[in-house]
Design a protein around this ligand. Structure first.
Ligand code: F3S
Length: 640
């Protein structure tokens, strides 16, 4: 039978399950990655499992989120991550080496391999044909322990690319266009597989821009074939031996096909505050831009920054605009420096930041109050920049550079000739020596635990009857940033559940934490697409610690739903979405949990309203996890 690329990789890694869309499948995982903000918790969980060493082909721990080390918390976390890595056989990438996805693409990602990462933009590695999925830290801990990774067999969407990019259109404009077509909900339960003659015209870093922002479609992952361009990239990265050819069979079937003619694309932006609010830059012409930020795991490659350098060469940025540039890795920075491409940026007035996530995670670089920021990043949720009333437009590096020069968005027809697309130098300098390779035997390594490393709180099994009030009622599109805001002060507490829980929903309802503490437990009532955004499991762990027993929503985002299950919170869906309006905040809810069956519907009793039908899309295994009080409890029980 002819197979598409996704099916081929899944077939190669299938531990159990049927390859029919929606069916539960378990996959063998070859590689894992973590970043510091989610990594500390992933490793605390791996430690709790009690193995002497990871069982993957490769596991890498990156430090790229909280690199500023203001106060003791971040350095404590970094010391913990470094020593845990040495003890358990994990490669460690110190702060400032680069952004996890950029580094993984350059140094470790391999075609045909499976990768699970505790960061939602892990699909970036799909740029080289790796099946790379974002997951909660607990799933990553289990993958490191050699447990199979369980997902629903995805549908596969073929995005058929024809033509080639022309003028100022870039890979960013491909994915912004697709986001406009599919929306932030369009990829749920699907893998986005790129095919067609247009694929060959895109380099691996360009493909990685597209797979990176596939996360914003809500997709399981996105993937490109591994072809001559992949071989050229891996060769330039000094690892030609990692290349294998990997393409879909010519007559492979797909669940859906979307056509994109690359030659018709033009510079685009995602308008505030959603990545799918695609508009053309032409439409924005004349809008004042107060700040441009270039970097992040989406757009910080050598080619991206070469284009920026060329645009800025010999010019000065508008005096009322800031320009911040963060190269994605030290390798990118070294290549730019070696070719004299940093000077034009400095002379134009740009600020060069560390090779890290930086402003993308609210680590400095916040825009002015009410300001417009043109960012090459992948998310523009309200407040994520650190300035609550700022308006973030997601754009290509070329568009961000032009906006910085002119101090406003302008019609690309007036920009002159677009810079050429830079090819990677044949012998790109290696930075492999900067990664700390673990010793063959880590038994003697002592793990450093500073005061910011708090043990995991214990969670009790699910009660036979859940009786709790609606502690919070929220609307549609609640993101993980709403549940747990980003920013230096808060993310520094990620290895300390009691401390970080104080910030749960703090920017939505400041009374939520004191209220649920007083109540002891509660239910969250939500609209559509609850929990979209990042993979941060603290957005489930924090509520669980505070006493949230169930989330009842119209619909839910995939990764967050998985995190709720992992930490023993019931994810329930209103059978009739109209019931949302009937249930007031504060209403007492009772659910007989013993009656819940996988995929079944039960009636929950809502005081003053009556019975309300709620369904679930839980598998038997997921229900078992919730009943045990979370996955860690279940794994421990199984090993006892
Ligand atoms: Fe970092 Fe932003 Fe990517 S926080 S991993 S650069 S989405």
């Amino acid at each position: 039978m002819a197979l598409n690329l996704t099916q081929k990789i899944i077939k190669d890694h299938l531990v159990s399950g049927e390859m029919t869309p929606g069916a539960e499948i378990a996959l063998r995982i070859d590689q894992t990655l973590t970043q510091d903000a989610t990594g500390t918790m992933a490793y605390l969980q791996f430690e709790a499992i009690g193995l002497p060493r990871v069982r993957t082909e490769l596991s890498v721990s990156y430090v790229d989120h909280n690199t500023l080390q203001m106060g003791f918390r971040n350095p404590d976390d970094h010391a913990y991550l470094r020593t845990v890595a040495a003890k358990y056989g994990i490669t460690f990438s110190p702060a400032g080496t680069g952004i996890c996805h950029q580094l993984h693409l350059e140094n470790f990602a391999r075609p045909g391999r499976t990768l699970v990462g505790s960061d939602s933009h892990t699909p970036t590695a799909g740029g080289v044909g790796s099946m790379a999925m974002g997951a909660g830290g607990l799933s990553v801990a289990l993958a490191m322990a050699g447990e199979a990774y369980v997902i629903a067999m995805p549908k596969v969407v073929k995005v058929n690319l024809t033509g080639r990019l022309t003028g100022w259109a870039t890979a960013k404009d491909v994915i912004l266009t697709l986001l406009g077509i599919m929306t932030v909900k369009g990829g749920v339960g699907k893998v986005i597989e790129y095919a067609g003659p247009g694929v060959a015209t895109l380099s691996v870093p360009e493909r990685a821009v597209i797979t990176n922002m596939g996360a914003e479609l809500g997709a399981t992952t996105s993937i490109f074939p591994s072809d001559a361009a992949t071989k050229a990239f891996l060769t330039a990265m000094g690892r030609p031996g990692d290349w294998v050819e990997l393409t879909a069979d010519p007559d492979a079937a797909y669940d859906e096909v979307i056509e994109i003619d690359l030659s018709t694309l033009e510079p685009m932006a995602a308008a505030p505050h959603m990545p799918d609010r695609a508009v053309t830059i032409r439409e924005l012409a004349g809008m004042k831009v107060d700040q441009s930020c270039i970097g992040s795991c989406t757009n910080s490659s050598y080619a991206d920054l070469m284009a920026v350098s060329e645009i800025l060469a010999g010019k000065r940025i508008d005096p009322t605009t800031d320009l911040l540039i963060a190269p994605g890795s030290k390798q990118v920075l070294k290549m730019l420096a070696a070719e004299g491409r940093i000077d034009p940026m400095l002379d134009a007035g740009a600020r060069i930041l560390e090779c890290a996530c930086g402003p993308c995670i609210g680590m400095g670089g916040s825009p002015v109050s009410g300001g417009v920021s043109a960012r090459t990043f992948n998310r523009n949720f309200e407040g994520r920049s650190g300035t609550q009333d700022a308006k973030v437009y997601l754009v290509s590096p070329q568009t961000a550079a032009m906006a910085a020069l002119r101090g406003e968005f302008s019609d690309p027809a007036t920009w002159g000739e677009a810079p050429a697309r830079a090819e990677l130098p044949e012998n790109a300098p290696s930075i492999r020596h900067l990664f700390l390779t673990p010793p063959a035997d880590g038994a003697g390594v002592e793990i450093k635990r500073g005061p910011n490393i708090a043990p995991l709180p214990p969670f009790t099994p699910l009660a036979a009857t859940v009786a709790a009030p609606v502690a919070l009622k929220v609307g549609d599109d609640i993101t993980t940033d709403h549940i747990l805001p980003a920013g230096a002060q808060i993310t520094a507490l990620r290895s300390n559940i009691p401390a970080i829980s104080e910030y749960i929903f703090s920017r939505v309802d400041a009374e939520f934490v004191p209220r649920i503490k007083k109540l002891g437990k509660g239910v969250i009532l939500a609209g559509d697409n609850y929990g979209q955004g990042s993979s941060r499991e603290h957005a489930a762990l924090g509520p669980r610690y505070l006493g949230v027993v169930a989330v009842v929503a119209k619909s839910m985002a995939r990764i967050h739903r998985a995190n709720l299950v992992n930490f023993g919170i019931l994810p329930l869906l209103l059978a009739d979405k109209a019931d949302y309006d009937r249930i007031p905040a504060g209403a007492e809810i009772a659910i007989r949990t013993g009656d819940i069956t996988p995929g079944g519907t039960v009636a929950m009793t809502v005081a003053g309203v009556g019975p309300v039908a709620v369904k679930n899309d839980l598998t038997a295994k997921e229900l078992e996890i919730i009943r045990a009080g979370g996955l860690l409890n279940l794994v421990r029980q199984a090993r006892a």
